[in-house]
Structures are given as structure tokens and as C-alpha cells.
Design a protein around this ligand. Structure first.
Ligand SMILES: Nc1ncnc2c1ncn2[C@@H]1O[C@H](COP(=O)(O)OP(=O)(O)OP(=O)(O)O)[C@@H](O)[C@H]1O
Ligand SMILES: [Mg+2]
Length: 354
């Protein structure tokens, strides 16, 4: 599937994070695979990374810089921690938005230990001066620290110990080419197949000491939007339901009933997704309608609709973004059990055939 930058959610991820309470965050950390072997799916990235790390270990050196790109919740942070663990190296974690000034970055870089892994999350959101400092640090393991201001300022070169930068981004397309090119290896994370998510769910259930039947796991996997973080979250909510309303075992029926309570439908759409589709179909005859109008109709911010609901709806082939506005596809009508107006609807202009 072509996952272009425009459709990559960013705030979705933050919202997902914000929705998790403290206990959930602790559980999420506990569920992270700690070794490459435990990491489910992403066969290609895993195999390539395995080679990079093994070769570095054999040379007794530091691994090349690694860039991980992909949608929220697919395992970028997890993989960065695995890289450090596999190299037997400590890891320092920071993020693009946390580095406001080049000086912030210089302070971090100059305190790194030899072989340390520096994880830079949301690397596309770093400031320009910091980015330029990073170029030199990545290539020559050196930074110029500017001391003083104005005409009297001098650059003091500072040697850095060899380190491995692991950059993560949900939007690889936003990275300037000079930065992208300085990574020795780029791994692009894909959405997970349902069978892979089932494995994630079984693994997590084991760690959480939850009884789950294969059919229950399949039911949760099918509604997890190809994303392990969502699979784990739905598993925890279904577990709650199973413990309170059933005998604690997650069967298909228990999973179905639980996910109905949490308003996650058979395809993984949540309340907001369905509200957007219902407005698009019910109020605007399937579109095209502008994003702002659609947002007002569902009582949400533009950004929420655009970055939280739409990427998944587009990916599922339920909604299309056209130059004239948002348009529902025939699959959207079918999903809500509605019949499209005769002639394909007012604004569809034969977009989807006769
Ligand atoms: N391949 C995997 N196998 C098993 N569990 C996984 C895998 N990938 C991710 N997870 C689980 O999903 C959760 C989210 O993963 P992670 O935090 O690494 O995602 P991310 O790509 O860094 O997301 P974001 O872009 O939001 O930072 C983790 O807690 C982890 O338990
Ligand atoms: Mg992350």
C-alpha cells in the first residue's frame, strides 16, 4: 500500500497516548518486546537490521545510524530500544521538539558514552540549527560549539565518541535529503497483517496472564487497524470486560460484546470515524464536502478530523480526498448499511464508475 505523507497521522498518535492512563502506559512498557527475536512481523526490516547489528558486533564497533519511519504505534520506539539492547549499549532518549536550540543538542551529544544509542523521536520536528549540527555529528563525530555572541563568537570544535543515532519519524517525506542520506540504514515499518497482530495479542495476553481463545484474538486483531499499539489497547479493554461481565476468558463472543461496548466496530472504526462517515453520507449525500464543513458537522476540530479519523478511512477505502472536497466511496455506504442515492449521489461525478 502506498502510505504517502499526507495520510500519515501525527496527532492521532498523541491522542492515543493522551488517552492512556498511567497504568496503561506502564503496561505498554511491560509489553514491549526486548529482543529482535521477540519482535513480531516486519520481516524485512528485522532481517536487515539483524545484519546491520550482527556485522557491527562482529567488527567490535558501533552500529551505523538507523532511521525508522512508519505510522504511530508500529514499533519504532520499541525497535530503537531493541537496537540498544542487542548492541549491549545504553540508550538516551530525546525528541525533535525537545531540542529547541543547537546548544541543547550539543549538550546531549557531548555527554554520550562511547557506543551509546541516541534515540531521537520525531526527528522531523527538530530546529534547523540543531539539524545542521547533527549533520556534522553523524558524519564526523564532531560538533562546533559556539562560544560568545556577535563578532567575538568563536567555534570550538569538540570531538564526540562514536555513537549510533536512531531517528524515528512518522513523516519520512518531511526529512531534508541531507539528513536522510546520513543514515546508513532506513527501515520502513508497514502496517501489520491480521495474523501478525494475532501473534502480538497472544504474546501480550500471556504477559498479562489473560486467558484468550484463538477466535477471540482473531476478533481483536481484525479491529486493530494493522497497529500493535491498538491491538494491545483493545486487548486490555476486552480483558476488563471479560473479568467483569464474563468468566475472564476472552472468547470470540466476549470480544465482540466488549468491543461493542467500547464502540469499536467490526472493521476497527470508532465513534469519531463513524460520525464523520455518517455526516458525510447523511448530511452531504456522500460529498464532495470541504473539510471545515465536515468538521463543524461532527463538532470536532479540523485537525482532529483530518489527522485522527481520515487517514484510516482513506486507507480502508471508505473516504477519498479530492480537490473539491471529501467524498464517500460506495464501500462507505455499504459499511453503514445505507444505499447511495440514485445516479451515484450529487457530487460524485462518476468518480467511482457509472
Ligand atoms: N512488532 C511488535 N511486536 C510486538 N509488540 C509490538 C510490536 N511493535 C509494537 N509493539 C507494541 O506496540 C506498542 C507501541 O509501539 P511503539 O511505542 O514502539 O510504537 P512507535 O512506532 O514508537 O509509535 P509512535 O510513532 O507513536 O511513537 C509497544 O508498547 C509494543 O508493546
Ligand atoms: Mg514512539
Amino acid at each position: 500500500m502506498n502510505w504517502d505523507d499526507e495520510s500519515v497521522p501525527t496527532t492521532a498518535d498523541r491522542l492515543v497516548g493522551a488517552a492512556a492512563d498511567g497504568e496503561d502506559q506502564a503496561v505498554e512498557a511491560a509489553l514491549r518486546p526486548k529482543a529482535l527475536e521477540e519482535f513480531v512481523g516486519q520481516e524485512r526490516v528485522r532481517e536487515q537490521l539483524d545484519l546491520v547489528l550482527k556485522a557491527a558486533r562482529r567488527r567490535g564497533g558501533t552500529a551505523d545510524h538507523v532511521l525508522l519511519s512508519g505510522a504511530p504505534g508500529l514499533g519504532k520506539t520499541t525497535l530503537s530500544m531493541i537496537i540498544a539492547a542487542e548492541m549491549g549499549a545504553p540508550i538516551r532518549i530525546t525528541s525533535g521538539p525537545a531540542i529547541q536550540h543547537a546548544g541543547d543538542l550539543a549538550a546531549i551529544l557531548s555527554s554520550l558514552a562511547e557506543g551509546e544509542v541516541l534515540f531521537l523521536d520525531e526527528i522531523h520536528r527538530m530546529s534547523r540549527p540543531a539539524e545542521e549540527m547533527l549533520y556534522m555529528a553523524m558524519e564526523d563525530f564532531r560538533v562546533d560549539v559556539i562560544v560568545g555572541k556577535g563578532p567575538g563568537a568563536t567555534a570550538i570544535p569538540l570531538e564526540l565518541p562514536p555513537f549510533t543515532l536512531v531517528g524515528a519519524t512518522t513523516r519520512a517525506g518531511l526529512l531534508p535529503p541531507p539528513l536522510r542520506d546520513r543514515f546508513g540504514f532506513t527501515g520502513h515499518m508497514e502496517f501489520y497483517a491480521p495474523a501478525e497482530l494475532e501473534r502480538v495479542i497472544h504474546r501480550s495476553a500471556r504477559l498479562l496472564d489473560v486467558d484468550i481463545e484463538s477466535e477471540g484474538a482473531a476478533e481483536i486483531a481484525g479491529r486493530s487497524r494493522g497497529t500493535p499499539r491498538i491491538a494491545n489497547r483493545l486487548l486490555r479493554r476486552v480483558r476488563d470486560f471479560a473479568q467483569v461481565k464474563a468468566d475472564g476468558v476472552i472468547t470470540r463472543e466476549v470480544a465482540e460484546r466488549a468491543l461493542e461496548v467500547y464502540e469499536v466496530d467490526g472493521r476497527g472504526l470508532d465513534r469519531l470515524d463513524r460520525a464523520v462517515l455518517r455526516a458525510l453520507l447523511g448530511l452531504f449525500g456522500g460529498g464532495p464536502v470541504g473539510l471545515s464543513t465536515l468538521a463543524v458537522a461532527v463538532g470536532e476540530e479540523r485537525e482532529t478530523v483530518e489527522e485522527v479519523a481520515e487517514p484510516f478511512l482513506v486507507r480502508e477505502g471508505l473516504l477519498a480526498r479530492t480537490p473539491r472536497g471529501r467524498v464517500a466511496t460506495p464501500a462507505a455506504w455499504a459499511h453503514l448499511g445505507l444505499v447511495p442515492p440514485q445516479g451515484g449521489g450529487p457530487g460524485q461525478d462518476g468518480l467511482f464508475g457509472p
